[in-house]
Write a protein that binds this ligand. Structure first.
Ligand SMILES: C[S@@+](CC[C@H](N)C(=O)[O-])C[C@H]1O[C@@H](n2cnc3c(N)ncnc32)[C@H](O)[C@@H]1O
Length: 222
């Protein structure tokens, strides 16, 4: 596959276009929450977390599950149309339109940060990890998912760097275990494992059933 340079500025807004183009007959996400939501909820509940910030919350499907589990939640996403959906699905979560790598001031540090399927889409993963660390209270926890390394993508994907592709105006980045441990070098990684599941089509963004294979990472800043 050819290696080309990607315009990350544009790719950051690809999700906004995907949210705008979805319709009610063919929503992007047809499942209630990401199937590994309990991999976050259970350890965070057991650790006594009450406040959670979900970075890259999208249309709020996971925020809704976090709210239902009793957490006090804030969702952050760069895509305004995703947040407009979250406003109806994830009440009463507080929602903020911001770049998750630079959220700005928040009132109080939080007990936990979650991040589902965003590390694969982010231009600067280390800034995302730093921002999670900045907004966590001492002893707080982060639970996140990301995709493992792949060497090939669909015919419509353009590769820029090893394990980094553009697909439908969005960025897809894949991780191996070493790159995850490097990202979390200043954290204690308490769990790191892989989970797979079958997903239905995501509207016309990914209009075919497909398999997700994700790393689950639970970590706490040292
Ligand atoms: C694959 S979607 C996952 C959405 C949601 N976490 C879920 O599982 O349904 C990736 C999300 O990351 C958001 N995103 C990408 N780059 C971002 C950034 N720099 N800051 C905040 N959100 C970002 C996109 O707008 C999109 O909603």
């Amino acid at each position: 596959m050819m290696t080309t340079s990607l315009d990350y500025g544009e790719l950051q807004y690809g999700w906004e276009l995907a949210y705008q183009h979805q319709d009610t007959e063919q929503p992007l996400w047809q499942e209630a929450a990401i199937p590994v939501i309990d991999d976050a909820i259970e350890p965070l509940s057991s650790a006594g977390a009450r406040s959670v910030v979900d970075l890259g919350c999208g249309d709020g499907r996971n925020l809704a599950a976090l709210v239902a589990a009793g957490f006090s939640c804030m969702g952050v996403d760069i895509a305004p149309t995703g947040l407009a959906h979250a406003r109806t699905t994830a009440r009463p979560a507080f929602l903020l339109r911001a770049d998750a790598t630079d959220i700005g001031l928040i009132d109080n540090p939080v007990d936990a940060v979650t991040c589902f399927d965003v590390f694969g889409q982010i231009q600067d993963p280390s800034s995302l990890v730093s921002e999670a660390r900045r907004i966590l209270r001492p002893g707080g926890r982060s639970s996140s998912t990301r995709s493992p390394t792949k060497t090939a993508r669909t015919a419509r994907a353009r590769r820029s760097h090893p394990h980094t592709f553009a697909y439908n105006d969005t960025l897809f980045r894949y991780y191996d275990e070493d790159s995850i441990r490097e990202l979390f070098a200043e954290w204690e990684v308490t769990s790191l494992y892989r989970r797979s599941w079958d997903d239905p089509p995501h509207g016309d963004f990914r209009p075919y059933p497909h398999r997700h294979d994700n790393w689950i990472v639970l970590a706490t800043p040292r």
